[in-house]
Design a binder for this molecule. Sequence first.
Ligand code: CTP
Ligand code: MG
Length: 250
Amino acid sequence: MSDESRPSPTEARTAAVIPAAGRGVRLGPGAPKALRALGGTPMLIHAVRAMAASRAVSLVVVVAPPDGAAEVKSLLDAHALPERTDFLVVTGGDSRQESVRLGLDALPPDYDIVLVHDAARPLVPVDTVDAVIEAVRDGAPAVVPALPLADTVKEVEPAPVAGDPEPVVATPVRARLRAVQTPQGFDRATLVRAHEEVTEDVTDDASMVERLGNTVLLVPGHEEAFKVTRPLDLVLAEAVLARRRLNDGF
Ligand code: CTP
Ligand code: MG
């Protein structure tokens, strides 16, 4: 490790937990989503590289699919990753929430800042990662990258049968809404407490911290941090990679 990349003793150390244990049901049949290829490289490897691209991140914990830990370990060995970054692989659980908790359980003691990043957001730019870390270093207990919405959002009374018509209950003012992304960054102790105390099902980690009564801060997200969820998202991800390759070539 060069002197330049060594954090000063007062600098909080940062680890990234990458939940990658989902099946990817909405993407359709095939391998677990995180192991599917994007530009010839597994999505998970892109996501790990995106976290390791930040000089502040010195440990990446990958939460692997059930029965997938050995495969994930050999993938990490096979792909060149920065030397300054260490890796750990653990096996995930039935829900994203549980997978994140299992990743947190594996964290060594000397990390004060934790990022939680979906393997399904393989293309997040390093500037977004760094902006999240900086805001946590500046004292926010929870920091989330977010973007304004393009679509107007309706709250409905969900129909018992999917696809049936649904009555609208409310229309929140779009200008006050944000779509949140990852990596979400946390003061480690706050996130660990949130996972101990909040038992309701949630769809992101920051909402657990909100339930503890802590402030969650939003910073600007990035359109390339979108989540690969449905087949069309793969088309977009391939296009983003192709554009990057073209730009790198000049
Ligand atoms: N995840 C996880 N453990 C689970 C479920 C999800 O680690 N039991 C991870 C996924 O691997 C993904 C992230 O959480 O990186 C975001 O979840 P999502 O996009 O919903 O992925 P999947 O759950 O795999 O997809 P689907 O809901 O379509 O099955
Ligand atoms: Mg899911």
